[in-house]
Design a protein around this ligand. Structure first.
Ligand code: ADP
Ligand code: MG
Length: 452
């Protein structure tokens, strides 16, 4: 015990080193590296984690491993306790506290997501104009030509990200700005509540005191006449006093149905910019960035594979990375080809699986090796035939995760030990033999699987 007390940080470090032997690298990176040791009390390590989510994740996934490592290294009586780190005061709060004459902001309005910045927004031809306009607005809110700024486009393409980035960046420049950021649904709800409680004046004041009003997804105002009426007045008050309004929508404002025409004509006085689905290179860049943010190092070939299959939606690209991380943590395995295939398949509704079958693999191997398909699934032990068969078996397992028994059955009713031998042989040949390596990677490419 004294040993621990004398050097708590070192003691905890030795626990982490022990955990590194048992857990995948990315799990350590994602969940253990951010832990701070804050003390040792009542025979327990007191550890701080960044947020509630980490706390729950660690407790539900790694409790046994941590306990075991501590027991092995120290003593059965030693435990650990996790705490969520308190959020640091932001400088804005400090200012409000120390300078009472500054108009205090209504907290609920300040719900900008600090992760959405211009710095981590990846730019391609699909969103360049939108980003430039957004940045310009945040540097100089209220310029007439850019008021209102309307960012429109499909789901998951970065509209909300850009809108929050405007808020975050403007605050960086001027901390006293009153930024009101809300979804159109919240706005509606707020309005309805204010009607119920006879507080429409307060409602109006809250919104009309903003320096920048950010409203997300205004398509939800559709058909809500009274809310639109309120919004129209708010809009006019702000616009006339040179305050910036930023809106996002799923369509070009001119094509929006169910919104009053006087609102639509107001929208036209500003600037509408669109975000489009990203092209291949932008998707790769986004995946690299998101993997890095999540502490994952993925082979370029895996990134490319994901980018090739998930095309329309950046949220999906991000979701794939998170899902990979979650699954590999959950199953306690390193990220491998099979896991990536599985996760991508879930995302695209199994389309990959449908394109690939054992027959397809055999056909491709036959084309590449000049051994006939019949020979590949037949009995012959001739060297080149046996090798083509082994390559096919290997690819079935590696791409589709087919069970050893099923592979054996398909390839001439062989048993699973034969299949295991084949997998081992090809794995070895791949690392020692360039011809084999090239052949496997070109078959993969032809099948749409460009993993190395
Ligand atoms: P939308 O509001 O258009 O539906 P979001 O702004 O919510 O989309 O974006 C979905 C996710 O994708 C967010 O996590 C966002 O950070 C991310 N994202 C979108 N576009 C980009 C981009 N160009 N660079 C980096 N991340 C992006
Ligand atoms: Mg959005």
């Amino acid at each position: 015990m004294d040993k621990i007390k004398n050097n708590i940080v070192g003691a905890w470090k030795s626990v982490c080193l022990d955990l590194e032997k048992k857990l995948p690298r990315h799990a350590i990176h994602a969940w253990f590296d951010p832990i701070t040791v804050v003390g040792f009390q009542k025979k327990s390590f007191v550890l701080e984690v960044p947020n509630q989510f980490s706390l729950e994740w660690i407790e539900s996934h790694y409790k046994d491993e941590i306990t075991l490592s501590i027991e092995t290294l120290f003593d059965k009586q030693i435990k650990y306790r996790l705490l969520v780190a308190k959020e640091k005061d932001t400088s804005s709060n400090v200012r409000v506290l120390t300078e009472p004459h500054i108009r205090p902001r209504v907290k609920r309005f300040n719900n900008l997501n600090s992760k959405y910045t211009f710095g981590n927004f990846i730019v391609g031809s699909n969103n360049e104009f939108a980003k430039t306009a957004a940045e310009s607005v945040s540097n100089n809110p209220g310029q007439q030509n850019f008021n209102p700024l309307i960012i429109y486009g499909g789901v998951g393409l970065g509209k909300t990200h850009l809108m929050h980035a405007i808020g975050n960046n403007s605050l960086k420049k001027n901390i006293n700005l009153n930024i009101v950021n809300i979804t159109s649904e919240q706005f509606t709800l707020d309005f309805v509540n204010s009607l119920r409680k006879n507080k429409t004046i307060e409602f109006a004041q809250n919104y009309r005191s903003s320096d920048i009003l950010l409203i997300d997804d205004i398509q939800f105002f559709r058909g809500k006449e009274q809310t639109q009426e309120q919004f129209f007045h708010t809009f006019n008050v702000l616009y006339q006093s040179g305050k910036q309004i930023v809106l996002t929508a799923d369509k070009f404002p001119g094509e929006m149905k169910g919104l009053q025409s006087r609102l639509l004509s107001r929208f036209q006085s500003g600037l509408s910019v669109d975000v489009q689905p990203p092209n291949f290179e932008v998707r790769v860049a986004i995946l690299l960035e998101k993997a890095e943010q999540n502490g994952l190092t993925l082979d370029y070939s895996i990134i490319e594979f994901i980018a090739r299959h998930i095309k329309n939606n950046i949220r999906e690209l991000e979701g794939t990375i998170i899902r990979l991380l979650a699954k590999s943590s959950l199953l306690n395995i390193e990220i491998n080809n099979q896991l990536v295939t599985e996760v991508v398949k879930e995302r695209v509704g199994g389309r990959i699986g449908n394109e690939i079958s054992i027959e397809n693999i055999v056909k491709k191997v036959s084309e590449m090796s000049s051994v006939t398909e019949d020979d590949i699934v037949g009995k012959s032990r001739k060297m080149e035939i046996a090798e083509a068969r082994q390559v096919s078996m290997f690819l079935c397992r590696d791409i589709m995760g087919t069970s050893l028994n099923n592979i054996g059955m398909f390839f001439g009713g062989r048993d699973h030990t034969t299949v295991m031998h084949a997998l081992k042989t090809i794995t070895e040949k791949q690392s020692t033999n360039d011809r084999m390596k090239r052949m496997i990677s070109s078959i993969r490419r032809e099948l749409g699987f460009s993993f190395l």
